[in-house]
Design a protein around this ligand. Structure first.
Ligand code: G6P
Ligand code: MG
Length: 219
């Protein structure tokens, strides 16, 4: 089996924007007297903006009209955009640039598969954009992870088959999406949390792409 493509989630895999999402959701929650915890924020990783608000409202026991929800979604995103406007290449997670370099040199094609509607701007600010042959983000899909749409569209854009793809994800919903798409999965983070992934690494630091991507020997 020859793998041809690597598909990357953005938040928590290439850059750590969870802290900015947390700040923005926390500020929004305070508008209606609710204090969002870090543990709850963990559960929002990989979850779309609309679904994140639904979960927060549920936790807060807060009812809201559709108009109110729309207003809050805009407010949260405006705050988030302000926070990420200062991002730069120093915020790329450890080992990521080197790993992208390695796979590009080995001939893999590379796509982004993210739920974020702000993916493009983050890739530009961090200068990661130069590595990507295709970008599939929250603006290009109808169904969010764990639905496989984002990764299937990534494979299509790269002109490769799903079984030729390897997905890098830090969220359970993302691993589930990749499995449903029929792709190999590498979890970034805790192997107890990402136990469905084919392999799990704590980060890209000191990772040899050649060794990591040899599935046939270990799986
Ligand atoms: C990623 C993050 C989520 C975020 C989602 C949508 O999956 O992990 O926390 O809610 O993207 O991001 P957006 O930038 O469109 O609000
Ligand atoms: Mg993620």
């Amino acid at each position: 089996m020859k793998y041809k493509a690597c598909l990357f989630d953005l938040d928590g895999v290439l850059v750590d924007t969870a802290i900015y999402h947390f700040k923005a959701w926390q500020q929004l929650g305070l508008n209606f007297g609710y204090q969002l915890s870090e543990e709850q924020n963990e559960q929002l990783k990989g979850v779309s903006r609309v679904e994140s608000l639904e979960r927060i409202l549920k936790w807060a026991g807060k009812e809201a009209t559709e108009d109110q929800k729309k207003k809050w979604l805009i407010e949260k995103n405006e705050h988030y955009l302000e926070l990420i406007s200062h991002m730069n290449p120093s915020e790329i997670l450890p080992g990521v640039s080197d790993f992208l370099h390695q796979i590009k040199n080995s001939g893999y094609v590379i796509a982004l598969g993210s739920a974020s509607k702000n993916a493009q701007i983050i890739l530009e600010k961090t200068e990661l954009i130069k590595w990507f042959d295709a970008i599939i983000d929250g603006n290009s899909v109808e169904k969010s992870k764990p639905n496989p749409e984002v990764f299937l569209k990534g494979a299509e854009a790269l002109n490769v088959k799903p079984e030729e793809c390897i997905v890098f994800e830090d969220a359970q919903a993302g691993i589930e999406a990749a499995i449903k798409a029929g792709m190999k999965t590498i979890g970034i983070g805790d192997e107890h949390v990402l136990d469905q992934a084919d392999k799990v690494i704590p980060s890209f630091l000191n990772i040899s792409a050649e060794k990591l991507l040899k599935f046939q020997e270990t799986v």
